[in-house]
Design a protein around this ligand. Structure first.
Ligand code: PGA
Length: 255
């Protein structure tokens, strides 16, 4: 499969790290290091950091995202943020369905789908996360789990709308654990996702579709992972909090 048909995307997921002033400092440090990258560079930050992030990234090749969005337009949902609020302040990207949301905050495949729909309707671009837990891998149902998560998340999404989605395959057992999937394991599941996209949409859609790998990707293992034919980028947690490490991954994706 021809990788040049799709955009390489390196996205940082800061999780619950960095205050607004730390956000400004880290983005200012990153800007010169990732300038001129031959891949998309996105940083997904906590809501409270969005203004600082947009401001610091202005005029650079860094785009800003957040880590979740609610599906309702407005209403009695204490503590939540709507898609319209995000687009009004100029946030282009949102992560949806991260395994930490699924694990700690009751996210289900159905709520992931509702959030995806709301995000697309408001004009946001989505980084959709899917991935199996350790026991599911051990039970040999990785492909089934990932196919099911993806299929439900994409209910009601048209081929045109698919252009505003990328998927990050993130095996839960590899997130924040220092345990990376082997390049072969990452490629295998990324390929499963691409095959599903071609079943649900078309081969052309699948060929143009960006599938990232995420889970302990770092400055040391990124070359091998990103060299895989079906790995079109990375969703980076821990290593996106260090300017040097993150820029090494961005450079690896630019090759
Ligand atoms: P990690 O996180 O790189 O720290 O494993 C990845 C993620 O959760 O997106």
């Amino acid at each position: 499969m021809d990788k040049s048909k799709r955009a390489a995307v390196i996205a940082g997921n800061w999780k619950m790290n960095k205050t607004p002033s730390e956000t400004t400092a880290l983005i200012n440090e990153m800007k010169p290091l990732v300038a001129g990258a031959d891949c998309k560079v996105i940083l997904c930050v906590p809501y409270i950091d969005v203004f600082a992030a947009l401001d610091a990234a202005k005029g650079s090749n860094i785009e800003i995202g957040v880590e979740n969005v609610h599906w309702a337009e407005s209403g009695a949902f204490t503590g939540e943020v709507s898609a319209k609020m995000l687009t009004e302040v100029g946030v282009p990207y949102v992560i949806i369905g991260h395994s930490e949301r699924r694990q700690y905050f009751g996210e289900t495949d159905e709520t992931v789908n509702k959030r995806v729909r709301a995000a697309l309707d408001a004009g946001l671009k989505v980084i959709l996360c899917v991935g199996e837990r350790l026991e599911q891998r051990e039970q040999g149902v990785t492909d089934e789990v990932v196919r099911m998560q993806t299929k439900i998340a994409l209910q009601g999404v048209t081929s045109e709308e698919l252009k505003n989605i990328i998927i990050a395959y993130e095996p839960v057992w590899a997130i924040g654990t220092g345990k990376t999937a082997t390049p072969e394991q990452a490629n295998e599941v990324n390929h499963v996702i691409r095959v599903l996209i071609s079943e649900l949409y078309s081969k052309a859609d699948a060929d143009a579709f960006t599938v990232q790998y995420g889970g302990s990707m770092n400055a040391k293992n990124c070359d091998e992972l990103l060299a895989q034919p079906d790995v079109d980028g990375g969703l980076i947690g821990g290593a996106s909090l260090k300017a040097q490490d993150f820029s090494i991954i961005v450079k690896a994706a630019s090759k």
